[in-house]
Design a protein around this ligand. Structure first.
Ligand SMILES: *Cc1c(COP(=O)(O)O)cnc(C)c1O
Length: 355
C-alpha cells in the first residue's frame, strides 16, 4: 500500500519507522535493544524526558501542567477522570457528540452525578450542538474535540468557568489552540502521537486532590506525577516511538507549521467533494473535521466500485466506519499533501467516468 488513510492506529512518518526499527536492533549504538534495557536506566530516562519535554514545547504548556504517559488507552481515561475529579455527590457536565462521546458518559456515573448538556444523536452525530449551558457548579465539563468516527470537529474552545476536560485522541497536535485553557487533556497515542499502547495525559495539577474517595495508586494522577510518569514499568517501546514522532513534529516547525499543511489537505479534499455531486459529505459544513473526512455515495454499487479502485491504486483505510458507512479519509499529521492530491485526482477521474 502506498497511501495510508487509516483512522487509527494510523500513519507515522517513514523516518520514525526506520529509527524505531533501529532502536529495536541497536539503541543509540549501545549494542542493546530498547526492548532489553531497564526503564530506570539513564538511557530510557533520556527518552522519557525528551518525550515529555517535547510535548511541553509543542503545546506551549505552563508550569501548572504536568505531562504523563499512562497505560490503558483513552478508554481508561473515561473512568480515571471521574475517579480523580468527581466526588460522589458532585456533578460533571458532558457533551454527547459522537460514539466516542457516549463512552465516557457511560463510565462517569459510576463515580458521581452527570449532566449531558447537549447531544447530536438526533441527526446521527452529523453536527456539533451549539446552544448549551454548562452548569456553573459542575466539577468539570468534558467533550471530545474531534469525533473520529463521524468526522465532526469543535473548531473553538467553549468558554466556561468550570474546568475543561477534553478527549483529543484524534486531533491533538494538529492545530494550535490554547492548551493551557484545559484542566485535563488526554489522547490515545495511536492517532497523532505515536504507537498504540500509551496514552498522553496533560493535567493541571491544581485540579487534583479534591475528591474524598480513596484512589488506587495506578489510577491516581498525583502518584504518577510524584513518580515522574514512572510509577511502574512504562510502555517503553510505545513511548520511544512517541518521542521519535514528537521530535519529527518539532523539526517540521511544530504544531503551527503542521496546521498549515493540515489545512491545505482538508481544503483540497472538501473542495473536491463539494465539486463532485457523486460524493456526499455527511457532516454539516461548519463542523467538518480536518482530521477525519467522512462521505458516502447514493448508490452502493458505485461505492463498491470506488472502494475497489482505491484498493487497486494502493490506498489503505478508506472504508468508512460501520456505523456511518461510505468512506472515511483520515488526514493525520504524518499524511503528506501528495497523498490527498492522488486521492482527489482519482475521485475526479472516477466522477468523470461514472458521474
Ligand atoms: C480512538 C479513540 C479513542 C479510543 O482510544 P483507545 O486508546 O483505543 O482507548 C477514544 N477517543 C477518541 C476520540 C478516539 O478517536
Amino acid at each position: 500500500m502506498k497511501y495510508n488513510f487509516n483512522a487509527g492506529p494510523s500513519i507515522l512518518p517513514n523516518e520514525v519507522f526506520e529509527q524505531a526499527s533501529q532502536g529495536v536492533l541497536n539503541f543509540n549504538n549501545t549494542g542493546l535493544s530498547i526492548l532489553e534495557i531497564g526503564h530506570r536506566t539513564p538511557l530510557f530516562q533520556g527518552v522519557l524526558d525528551e518525550a515529555r519535554q517535547t510535548v511541553r514545547e509543542l503545546m506551549h504548556l505552563n508550569a501548572d501542567h504536568e505531562v504523563l504517559f499512562l497505560h490503558g488507552g483513552a478508554t481508561t481515561q473515561f473512568f480515571q477522570i471521574p475517579m480523580n475529579l468527581l466526588d460522589e455527590h458532585a456533578k460533571a457536565a458532558y457533551l454527547d457528540c459522537g460514539v466516542w462521546g457516549t463512552k465516557p458518559i457511560k463510565e462517569a456515573p459510576l463515580f458521581g452525578q452527570i449532566e449531558v448538556v447537549a447531544s447530536s444523536k438526533d441527526k446521527n452525530y452529523s453536527y456539533i450542538p451549539r446552544h448549551f449551558t454548562i452548569p456553573a457548579d459542575a466539577a468539570y465539563f468534558h467533550y471530545t474535540t474531534n469525533n473520529t468516527i463521524e468526522g465532526t470537529q469543535m473548531h473553538c474552545v467553549p468558554e466556561t468557568p468550570v474546568p475543561l476536560v477534553a478527549d483529543m485522541s484524534s486531533d491533538i497536535l494538529s492545530r494550535s489552540i490554547d492548551f493551557n485553557k484545559f484542566s485535563l487533556i488526554y489522547a490515545g497515542a495511536q492517532k497523532n502521537i505515536g504507537a498504540a499502547g500509551v496514552t498522553l495525559v496533560v493535567v493541571n495539577k491544581n485540579v487534583l486532590g479534591k475528591v474524598s474517595r480513596k484512589i488506587p495508586s495506578m489510577m491516581d494522577y498525583r502518584k504518577h506525577i510524584e513518580n515522574g510518569s514512572m510509577l511502574n514499568t512504562p510502555p517503553v517501546f510505545a513511548i520511544y516511538v512517541c518521542m521519535l514522532n514528537l521530535r519529527w513534529l518539532k523539526a517540521q516547525g511544530g504544531v503551527e507549521a503542521i496546521e498549515k499543511i493540515n489545512n491545505q489537505k482538508a481544503d483540497l479534499l472538501y473542495q473536491t467533494l463539494d465539486s463532485l455531486p457523486l460524493f456526499k459529505p455527511t457532516v454539516v459544513k461548519e463542523d467538518r473535521s480536518k482530521m477525519n473526512v467522512v462521505f458516502v455515495m447514493d448508490d452502493p454499487e458505485q461505492e463498491k466500485a470506488f472502494l475497489d479502485l482505491c484498493k487497486q491504486e494502493g490506498m489503505a483505510g478508506v472504508k468508512g466506519h460501520r456505523s456511518v458507512g461510505g468512506f472515511r479519509i483520515s488526514l493525520y499529521n504524518a499524511l503528506p499533501l501528495s497523498s490527498v492530491q492522488i486521492l482527489t485526482d482519482l475521485m475526479k477521474h472516477f466522477a468523470q467516468k461514472r458521474g
